[in-house]
Design a protein around this ligand. Structure first.
Ligand code: FMN
Length: 366
Protein backbone atom coordinates (compact mmCIF):
# COMPACT_ATOMS: atom_id res chain seq x y z
CA UNK A 1 0.00 0.00 0.00
CA UNK A 2 2.77 2.46 0.87
CA UNK A 3 4.67 1.67 -2.35
CA UNK A 4 1.45 2.24 -4.25
CA UNK A 5 0.90 5.48 -2.38
CA UNK A 6 4.41 6.70 -3.23
CA UNK A 7 3.47 6.29 -6.88
CA UNK A 8 0.15 8.16 -6.71
CA UNK A 9 1.08 10.82 -4.12
CA UNK A 10 2.17 13.48 -6.64
CA UNK A 11 -1.19 13.03 -8.38
CA UNK A 12 -3.19 13.13 -5.15
CA UNK A 13 -1.43 16.31 -4.03
CA UNK A 14 -2.39 17.94 -7.31
CA UNK A 15 -6.11 17.20 -6.87
CA UNK A 16 -8.34 19.46 -4.79
CA UNK A 17 -7.92 18.27 -1.17
CA UNK A 18 -11.44 16.94 -0.67
CA UNK A 19 -11.37 15.01 -3.95
CA UNK A 20 -8.00 13.53 -2.96
CA UNK A 21 -9.44 12.52 0.39
CA UNK A 22 -12.47 10.80 -1.19
CA UNK A 23 -10.16 8.94 -3.58
CA UNK A 24 -7.93 7.86 -0.69
CA UNK A 25 -10.94 6.52 1.23
CA UNK A 26 -12.10 4.62 -1.84
CA UNK A 27 -8.64 3.13 -2.47
CA UNK A 28 -8.40 2.09 1.18
CA UNK A 29 -11.83 0.48 1.09
CA UNK A 30 -10.73 -1.55 -1.93
CA UNK A 31 -7.24 -2.41 -0.65
CA UNK A 32 -6.75 -6.17 -0.58
CA UNK A 33 -6.67 -7.78 2.84
CA UNK A 34 -3.30 -9.45 2.25
CA UNK A 35 -1.57 -6.12 2.91
CA UNK A 36 -1.45 -6.93 6.61
CA UNK A 37 1.53 -5.26 8.32
CA UNK A 38 4.16 -7.20 10.24
CA UNK A 39 3.74 -7.60 14.00
CA UNK A 40 4.78 -4.74 16.28
CA UNK A 41 7.87 -4.62 18.49
CA UNK A 42 6.99 -5.93 21.98
CA UNK A 43 8.20 -2.64 23.52
CA UNK A 44 5.36 -0.82 21.72
CA UNK A 45 2.54 -2.86 23.25
CA UNK A 46 0.71 -0.95 25.96
CA UNK A 47 -2.36 -1.31 28.19
CA UNK A 48 -4.51 1.79 28.71
CA UNK A 49 -8.04 1.77 30.23
CA UNK A 50 -7.71 -2.01 30.46
CA UNK A 51 -7.39 -2.20 26.66
CA UNK A 52 -4.34 -3.89 25.12
CA UNK A 53 -2.99 -1.71 22.32
CA UNK A 54 -0.53 -3.48 19.97
CA UNK A 55 1.23 -0.12 19.54
CA UNK A 56 0.51 3.43 20.70
CA UNK A 57 0.16 5.08 17.27
CA UNK A 58 -3.42 5.88 16.26
CA UNK A 59 -5.28 7.51 13.39
CA UNK A 60 -6.81 10.79 14.59
CA UNK A 61 -10.45 11.78 14.15
CA UNK A 62 -11.49 13.46 10.91
CA UNK A 63 -9.90 11.01 8.48
CA UNK A 64 -12.68 8.42 8.71
CA UNK A 65 -15.56 10.65 9.78
CA UNK A 66 -18.31 8.24 8.69
CA UNK A 67 -16.78 4.93 9.83
CA UNK A 68 -16.15 3.72 6.28
CA UNK A 69 -12.55 2.50 6.42
CA UNK A 70 -11.59 1.74 10.02
CA UNK A 71 -10.59 -1.87 9.26
CA UNK A 72 -8.34 -1.05 6.27
CA UNK A 73 -6.90 1.85 8.29
CA UNK A 74 -6.04 -0.57 11.09
CA UNK A 75 -4.31 -2.76 8.52
CA UNK A 76 -1.98 0.13 7.67
CA UNK A 77 -0.40 -0.63 11.05
CA UNK A 78 -2.17 1.78 13.36
CA UNK A 79 -2.61 0.52 16.91
CA UNK A 80 -6.08 2.09 16.96
CA UNK A 81 -8.37 4.20 14.81
CA UNK A 82 -10.73 6.96 15.90
CA UNK A 83 -13.76 7.48 13.67
CA UNK A 84 -15.84 10.70 13.60
CA UNK A 85 -16.68 13.27 14.57
CA UNK A 86 -20.17 11.85 14.16
CA UNK A 87 -23.15 14.14 14.75
CA UNK A 88 -26.52 12.69 15.84
CA UNK A 89 -28.32 13.80 12.65
CA UNK A 90 -26.76 13.96 9.19
CA UNK A 91 -25.48 17.40 8.17
CA UNK A 92 -23.50 18.67 5.18
CA UNK A 93 -20.92 20.84 6.96
CA UNK A 94 -19.73 24.22 5.66
CA UNK A 95 -19.78 25.36 2.03
CA UNK A 96 -16.77 24.44 -0.13
CA UNK A 97 -13.92 25.13 -0.46
CA UNK A 98 -13.29 24.27 3.18
CA UNK A 99 -10.05 22.25 3.15
CA UNK A 100 -6.68 23.75 2.21
CA UNK A 101 -3.13 22.41 1.95
CA UNK A 102 -0.22 24.57 3.06
CA UNK A 103 2.40 22.43 1.34
CA UNK A 104 5.41 24.56 2.22
CA UNK A 105 4.54 24.24 5.92
CA UNK A 106 3.41 20.57 5.83
CA UNK A 107 0.12 21.84 7.24
CA UNK A 108 -3.61 21.84 6.53
CA UNK A 109 -6.35 24.35 7.33
CA UNK A 110 -9.87 22.93 7.53
CA UNK A 111 -13.26 24.42 8.20
CA UNK A 112 -15.30 21.35 7.32
CA UNK A 113 -17.79 22.02 10.11
CA UNK A 114 -18.69 18.42 11.04
CA UNK A 115 -19.85 17.02 7.73
CA UNK A 116 -21.34 13.73 8.90
CA UNK A 117 -23.66 10.96 7.74
CA UNK A 118 -25.12 10.99 11.23
CA UNK A 119 -25.18 8.44 14.03
CA UNK A 120 -27.51 5.82 12.53
CA UNK A 121 -25.47 4.98 9.39
CA UNK A 122 -22.23 5.09 11.38
CA UNK A 123 -23.75 2.71 13.95
CA UNK A 124 -24.88 0.32 11.23
CA UNK A 125 -21.27 0.05 10.00
CA UNK A 126 -19.74 -0.28 13.45
CA UNK A 127 -22.32 -2.91 14.40
CA UNK A 128 -20.66 -5.31 11.94
CA UNK A 129 -17.42 -5.36 13.94
CA UNK A 130 -16.41 -8.65 15.57
CA UNK A 131 -17.37 -8.82 19.27
CA UNK A 132 -15.02 -7.69 22.07
CA UNK A 133 -12.33 -10.28 22.66
CA UNK A 134 -12.28 -11.42 19.02
CA UNK A 135 -8.66 -11.19 17.76
CA UNK A 136 -9.84 -9.68 14.46
CA UNK A 137 -11.64 -6.77 16.11
CA UNK A 138 -8.95 -4.07 16.39
CA UNK A 139 -9.41 -0.96 18.54
CA UNK A 140 -11.84 1.68 17.29
CA UNK A 141 -12.70 4.83 19.22
CA UNK A 142 -15.79 6.89 18.38
CA UNK A 143 -15.55 10.68 18.39
CA UNK A 144 -18.84 12.47 19.03
CA UNK A 145 -19.84 15.92 17.81
CA UNK A 146 -22.99 18.01 17.99
CA UNK A 147 -25.26 19.19 15.21
CA UNK A 148 -24.69 22.79 14.22
CA UNK A 149 -28.34 23.77 14.75
CA UNK A 150 -28.91 21.84 17.95
CA UNK A 151 -29.67 24.09 20.91
CA UNK A 152 -28.95 21.38 23.51
CA UNK A 153 -25.33 20.29 23.23
CA UNK A 154 -25.51 17.86 26.16
CA UNK A 155 -28.51 16.09 24.59
CA UNK A 156 -26.55 15.64 21.35
CA UNK A 157 -23.58 14.04 23.11
CA UNK A 158 -25.90 11.83 25.17
CA UNK A 159 -27.58 10.71 21.97
CA UNK A 160 -24.16 9.92 20.48
CA UNK A 161 -23.22 7.84 23.51
CA UNK A 162 -26.46 5.87 23.31
CA UNK A 163 -26.31 5.31 19.54
CA UNK A 164 -22.58 4.57 19.15
CA UNK A 165 -21.33 3.65 22.64
CA UNK A 166 -22.37 0.00 22.28
CA UNK A 167 -19.85 -0.44 19.43
CA UNK A 168 -17.00 1.79 20.65
CA UNK A 169 -13.80 0.74 22.40
CA UNK A 170 -13.62 4.30 23.71
CA UNK A 171 -15.76 7.40 23.31
CA UNK A 172 -14.63 10.98 22.77
CA UNK A 173 -16.57 14.12 23.57
CA UNK A 174 -15.21 16.56 21.03
CA UNK A 175 -15.74 20.08 22.34
CA UNK A 176 -12.78 21.63 20.57
CA UNK A 177 -13.37 21.80 16.83
CA UNK A 178 -13.16 25.45 15.79
CA UNK A 179 -15.74 25.23 12.99
CA UNK A 180 -19.01 24.75 14.87
CA UNK A 181 -20.23 28.00 16.42
CA UNK A 182 -20.20 27.90 20.24
CA UNK A 183 -18.60 24.44 20.45
CA UNK A 184 -15.37 25.47 22.12
CA UNK A 185 -17.29 27.42 24.77
CA UNK A 186 -18.37 24.00 26.10
CA UNK A 187 -14.84 23.73 27.51
CA UNK A 188 -15.69 26.37 30.14
CA UNK A 189 -15.94 24.88 33.62
CA UNK A 190 -19.55 25.93 34.36
CA UNK A 191 -20.78 24.30 31.15
CA UNK A 192 -18.40 21.36 31.01
CA UNK A 193 -19.20 19.89 34.43
CA UNK A 194 -22.98 19.39 33.87
CA UNK A 195 -22.35 18.27 30.29
CA UNK A 196 -19.95 15.58 31.48
CA UNK A 197 -22.36 14.49 34.22
CA UNK A 198 -25.09 13.92 31.63
CA UNK A 199 -22.76 12.07 29.26
CA UNK A 200 -21.26 9.99 32.07
CA UNK A 201 -24.73 8.91 33.24
CA UNK A 202 -25.56 7.79 29.69
CA UNK A 203 -22.23 5.98 29.40
CA UNK A 204 -22.74 4.04 32.61
CA UNK A 205 -26.21 3.00 31.49
CA UNK A 206 -24.90 1.44 28.26
CA UNK A 207 -25.99 -2.16 27.87
CA UNK A 208 -23.05 -4.25 26.66
CA UNK A 209 -22.33 -7.95 26.47
CA UNK A 210 -21.89 -9.62 29.88
CA UNK A 211 -18.46 -8.92 31.34
CA UNK A 212 -17.78 -6.04 28.93
CA UNK A 213 -17.44 -2.72 30.78
CA UNK A 214 -18.74 0.50 29.22
CA UNK A 215 -16.15 2.22 27.03
CA UNK A 216 -13.99 4.88 28.69
CA UNK A 217 -14.96 8.48 28.05
CA UNK A 218 -12.32 10.89 26.74
CA UNK A 219 -12.53 14.63 26.21
CA UNK A 220 -10.75 16.25 23.28
CA UNK A 221 -9.51 19.77 23.95
CA UNK A 222 -8.22 22.71 21.96
CA UNK A 223 -4.63 23.94 22.05
CA UNK A 224 -5.86 27.54 22.36
CA UNK A 225 -6.82 27.53 26.06
CA UNK A 226 -5.62 29.92 28.73
CA UNK A 227 -3.74 28.56 31.73
CA UNK A 228 -6.86 29.05 33.87
CA UNK A 229 -9.04 27.16 31.38
CA UNK A 230 -6.58 24.28 31.29
CA UNK A 231 -6.53 24.05 35.08
CA UNK A 232 -10.35 24.07 35.13
CA UNK A 233 -10.56 21.27 32.57
CA UNK A 234 -8.02 19.19 34.52
CA UNK A 235 -10.04 19.62 37.73
CA UNK A 236 -13.39 18.87 36.08
CA UNK A 237 -11.99 15.85 34.24
CA UNK A 238 -10.57 14.36 37.42
CA UNK A 239 -13.88 14.96 39.23
CA UNK A 240 -16.40 13.75 36.66
CA UNK A 241 -15.39 10.26 35.64
CA UNK A 242 -13.40 11.25 32.55
CA UNK A 243 -11.04 8.45 31.51
CA UNK A 244 -8.57 10.58 29.59
CA UNK A 245 -7.91 13.68 27.51
CA UNK A 246 -6.98 14.03 23.85
CA UNK A 247 -4.59 16.93 23.41
CA UNK A 248 -5.15 18.54 21.00
CA UNK A 249 -7.50 19.53 18.23
CA UNK A 250 -6.50 22.00 15.50
CA UNK A 251 -5.52 25.56 16.41
CA UNK A 252 -7.18 28.84 15.46
CA UNK A 253 -3.82 30.55 16.04
CA UNK A 254 -1.43 31.13 13.16
CA UNK A 255 2.18 30.54 14.18
CA UNK A 256 4.62 32.85 12.39
CA UNK A 257 6.18 31.67 9.15
CA UNK A 258 3.18 29.87 7.64
CA UNK A 259 3.78 29.50 3.94
CA UNK A 260 1.48 29.36 0.93
CA UNK A 261 -1.44 31.16 -0.68
CA UNK A 262 -3.95 29.59 1.74
CA UNK A 263 -2.22 30.65 4.97
CA UNK A 264 -4.91 33.28 5.55
CA UNK A 265 -7.90 30.93 5.29
CA UNK A 266 -10.22 30.67 8.29
CA UNK A 267 -10.41 27.34 10.13
CA UNK A 268 -8.32 24.99 12.24
CA UNK A 269 -4.64 24.55 11.48
CA UNK A 270 -3.04 21.10 11.76
CA UNK A 271 0.28 19.57 10.86
CA UNK A 272 3.86 20.54 11.58
CA UNK A 273 3.21 24.13 12.78
CA UNK A 274 0.89 22.70 15.48
CA UNK A 275 3.50 20.41 17.00
CA UNK A 276 5.15 22.78 19.49
CA UNK A 277 1.90 24.31 20.75
CA UNK A 278 0.01 21.02 21.13
CA UNK A 279 2.99 19.35 22.84
CA UNK A 280 3.33 22.24 25.29
CA UNK A 281 -0.38 21.98 26.18
CA UNK A 282 -0.02 18.20 26.52
CA UNK A 283 2.87 18.62 28.97
CA UNK A 284 0.83 21.16 30.91
CA UNK A 285 -2.21 18.85 31.14
CA UNK A 286 0.06 16.04 32.37
CA UNK A 287 1.34 18.33 35.10
CA UNK A 288 -2.14 19.63 35.97
CA UNK A 289 -3.59 16.12 36.23
CA UNK A 290 -0.57 14.84 38.15
CA UNK A 291 -0.13 12.06 35.57
CA UNK A 292 -3.35 10.44 36.86
CA UNK A 293 -5.28 10.57 33.56
CA UNK A 294 -4.05 8.85 30.42
CA UNK A 295 -3.45 11.46 27.73
CA UNK A 296 -3.52 11.04 23.96
CA UNK A 297 -0.99 13.32 22.28
CA UNK A 298 -1.91 14.62 18.82
CA UNK A 299 -0.78 17.54 16.72
CA UNK A 300 1.96 17.77 14.13
CA UNK A 301 3.46 14.30 14.42
CA UNK A 302 5.56 13.76 11.29
CA UNK A 303 8.01 11.11 12.50
CA UNK A 304 9.09 8.80 15.29
CA UNK A 305 10.96 11.54 17.14
CA UNK A 306 7.75 13.61 17.34
CA UNK A 307 5.77 10.65 18.69
CA UNK A 308 8.50 9.97 21.26
CA UNK A 309 8.54 13.63 22.34
CA UNK A 310 4.76 13.50 22.94
CA UNK A 311 5.15 10.33 25.00
CA UNK A 312 7.93 11.85 27.09
CA UNK A 313 5.77 14.95 27.57
CA UNK A 314 3.00 12.77 29.02
CA UNK A 315 1.10 10.95 26.27
CA UNK A 316 0.18 7.29 26.84
CA UNK A 317 -0.96 7.11 23.22
CA UNK A 318 -0.44 9.32 20.16
CA UNK A 319 -2.43 10.05 17.01
CA UNK A 320 -1.82 11.72 13.67
CA UNK A 321 -3.65 12.80 10.57
CA UNK A 322 -1.94 15.59 8.59
CA UNK A 323 1.42 13.78 8.47
CA UNK A 324 -0.31 11.10 6.39
CA UNK A 325 -1.39 13.67 3.80
CA UNK A 326 2.21 14.57 3.05
CA UNK A 327 4.04 11.31 3.75
CA UNK A 328 1.48 8.60 3.04
CA UNK A 329 0.81 5.39 4.95
CA UNK A 330 4.49 4.38 5.02
CA UNK A 331 4.76 6.96 7.82
CA UNK A 332 3.01 4.62 10.27
CA UNK A 333 5.67 1.92 10.01
CA UNK A 334 8.47 4.50 10.07
CA UNK A 335 7.13 6.06 13.28
CA UNK A 336 6.85 2.68 14.97
CA UNK A 337 10.36 1.66 13.92
CA UNK A 338 11.94 4.91 15.09
CA UNK A 339 9.91 4.95 18.30
CA UNK A 340 11.01 1.42 19.21
CA UNK A 341 14.63 2.46 18.53
CA UNK A 342 14.31 5.61 20.67
CA UNK A 343 12.87 3.62 23.58
CA UNK A 344 15.71 1.11 23.36
CA UNK A 345 18.33 3.84 23.14
CA UNK A 346 17.02 5.41 26.34
CA UNK A 347 16.75 2.07 28.15
CA UNK A 348 12.94 1.86 28.27
CA UNK A 349 11.68 -1.72 27.94
CA UNK A 350 8.10 -0.59 27.35
CA UNK A 351 6.50 2.52 25.97
CA UNK A 352 4.58 2.96 29.25
CA UNK A 353 7.91 3.45 31.05
CA UNK A 354 8.65 6.53 28.95
CA UNK A 355 5.28 8.25 29.51
CA UNK A 356 5.94 11.59 31.22
CA UNK A 357 9.70 10.94 31.42
CA UNK A 358 10.41 14.63 30.79
CA UNK A 359 8.64 15.51 34.04
CA UNK A 360 10.88 13.31 36.17
CA UNK A 361 14.32 14.33 37.35
CA UNK A 362 17.03 12.44 35.45
CA UNK A 363 18.31 9.39 37.34
CA UNK A 364 21.48 10.22 39.22
CA UNK A 365 24.49 8.06 38.65
CA UNK A 366 25.69 6.69 42.00
C1 FMN B 1 -9.35 17.57 7.54
C2 FMN B 1 -9.39 17.41 9.03
C3 FMN B 1 -10.61 17.06 9.62
C4 FMN B 1 -10.67 16.90 11.01
N1 FMN B 1 -11.86 16.53 11.59
C5 FMN B 1 -11.91 16.30 12.92
C6 FMN B 1 -13.12 15.86 13.53
O1 FMN B 1 -14.15 15.64 12.88
N2 FMN B 1 -13.12 15.69 14.89
C7 FMN B 1 -12.00 15.89 15.66
O2 FMN B 1 -12.05 15.70 16.87
N3 FMN B 1 -10.84 16.29 15.08
C8 FMN B 1 -10.78 16.48 13.76
N4 FMN B 1 -9.59 16.88 13.19
C9 FMN B 1 -8.41 17.13 14.05
C10 FMN B 1 -7.46 15.95 14.11
O3 FMN B 1 -8.08 14.84 14.70
C11 FMN B 1 -6.21 16.32 14.94
O4 FMN B 1 -6.61 16.63 16.25
C12 FMN B 1 -5.46 17.52 14.35
O5 FMN B 1 -5.50 17.48 12.96
C13 FMN B 1 -4.01 17.56 14.80
O6 FMN B 1 -3.30 16.42 14.36
P1 FMN B 1 -2.37 16.40 13.04
O7 FMN B 1 -1.49 17.61 13.11
O8 FMN B 1 -1.62 15.11 13.11
O9 FMN B 1 -3.31 16.45 11.88
C14 FMN B 1 -9.50 17.08 11.80
C15 FMN B 1 -8.30 17.42 11.18
C16 FMN B 1 -8.24 17.58 9.81
C17 FMN B 1 -6.92 17.92 9.18
Amino acid sequence: MSGFYDLVRPLLLRLPPEAAHRLTLRALALAPRRHATPGDAPSLATRVWGIDFPNPVGLAAGFDKDAEVFDPALRLGFGFVEIGSVTPLPQPGNPRPRLFRLKGSAAVINRLGFNSVGAAPAASRLRLRPPPGDPGRGIVGVNLGKNRDSADAAADYVEGVRALGPYADYLVVNISSPNTPGLRALQMRAVLAPLLDAVETARRALGRAPGVPPPPLLVKIAPDLSEEERADIAAVALDHGVGGLIVSNTTVSRPPGLAGPHAGEAGGLSGRPLFALSTAVLADMYRLTGGRLPLVGVGGIAGGADAYAKIRAGASLVQLYTGLVYQGPGLVGAIKRDLAAALAADGFAHVADAVGADHRPPATIP
